[in-house]
Design a protein around this ligand. Structure first.
Ligand code: F0G
Length: 351
């Protein structure tokens, strides 16, 4: 009887909906805030992971998509469109099914993880692979929504940010106050914008005594905000954040500066190390882009920027099953045995 109802019902009074708004939901949100033992030991802090891969389509995008598709439905839209590095398209495709709408998705050719492509396909999205990067896809999606009867559901749509800010609410609700530091990966910069909005709202309404410092991390090959200039040909193995010209760039700078935080970069090597640490030592399987937050925290700790005793939350944004290639690559091949218990026991080192 006490099932989580999805972010719109749970935070109705903080979202732009009315009694007659047709809520489209897969009961997203309500994701685990998991204490991270190894990260806590390494930093001397109390570190938690906000596990957004536990959302219905496996990423935080569902928080924004329930709002975006709900509002598109309220406005009478029949079709939605987005540009995506994969997760937004998976989410848009699923929520469009719930709403009885057509979804169209523009993805950079060859640069989206197989799991995400599979999701868009199985949910019946119309998929166009663009000979370009995410930034080109977003330009196209904007042009199409400006000129044709199709609603844009990228995070440049402000209701996406409204939905995504609920992750900050959940963290404060769980901890009893805002953490000292909140860490997250940065791609198109919608999520950092959303978290900062959520933390500020709770503080303004007296539900938190403070706001956290916000630390964002981009992948080194796709770090326009760190460099202070557009990256024309972004690269990183973390395809979800392979973005050279973030749409919410200015909002990300505001989140950084108003919170007293910073935005820095982590290399692919650091991302993969954090990815493996999370899986092998915390029991949490995330996709590579998600590990950028944890890689960033570890980098900051190594640089002596993390005072012990603080409460820190790292958002891990997407499920590891989205992009399992990185789990398999470099791992030892499983051995093959006959149907024989003794052989199995020997192989397992039990005898
Ligand atoms: N982590 C994951 C797993 C993502 O899919 C994204 C963005 C981010 C982090 C970065 O969030 O863009 O709000 O700064 N994915 C988008 C997509 C671009 O199309 O799925 P951001």
């Amino acid at each position: 009887t006490h099932q989580w109802r999805g972010i719109i019902e749970e935070y109705r009074d903080r979202l732009p909906v009315t009694d007659t708004t047709p809520v489209v939901t897969l009961r997203e949100g309500g994701t685990p805030l998991v204490p991270a033992q190894v990260l806590s030991e390494r930093t001397g802090c109390e570190v938690h992971l906000k596990v957004e891969g536990a959302n219905p389509t496996g990423s935080f995008k569902d928080r924004g998509m329930t709002m975006a598709i709900t509002k598109a439905k309220e406005d009478g839209a029949k079709a939605v469109i987005c540009a995506s590095t994969g997760n937004t398209s998976a989410s848009a495709a699923a929520y469009a099914v719930r709403a009885g709408m057509v979804s169209a998705v523009l993805v950079p050719r060859g640069k989206i993880a197989l799991g995400k492509m599979g999701q868009a396909l199985v949910h019946g999205a119309k998929i166009l692979q663009v000979d370009g990067n995410f930034d080109d896809c977003l330009d196209l999606a904007r042009a199409l929504s400006d000129n044709y009867p199709v609603a844009l559901v990228n995070s440049v749509n402000p209701v996406r940010i409204e939905g995504q800010k609920t992750a900050a609410f959940e963290i404060v609700d769980a901890l009893g106050d805002a953490p000292d530091i909140h860490v997250l990966p940065v791609g198109n910069a919608g999520n950092i914008t959303a978290y900062w909005k959520g933390f500020k709202e709770y503080k303004a309404d007296g539900l938190a005594s403070r706001t956290p410092r916000v630390w964002g991390f981009q992948a080194s090959g796709s770090a326009p905000i760190v460099r202070g200039e557009v990256v024309k040909e972004p690269h990183t193995i973390a395809t979800a954040i392979r973005i050279g010209n973030p749409a919410s760039w200015d909002y990300a700078l505001a989140a950084r500066d108003e919170s007293g935080g910073f935005i820095d970069e982590v290399t692919d090597r650091q991302i993969l190390a954090a990815y493996r640490l999370l899986a092998a030592q915390e029991g949490v399987f995330v996709e590579p882009a998600s590990a950028a937050s944890v890689a960033g925290l570890l980098k900051a700790a190594e640089l002596g920027l993390v005072d012990p005793g603080q409460t820190i939350v790292c958002t891990v944004t997407g499920n590891g099953l989205k992009d399992p290639d990185w789990a398999v690559a470099g791992a030892p091949q499983p051995v093959t045995i006959p149907v024989d218990a003794e052989a199995a026991a020997a192989r397992l080192g039990l005898i």
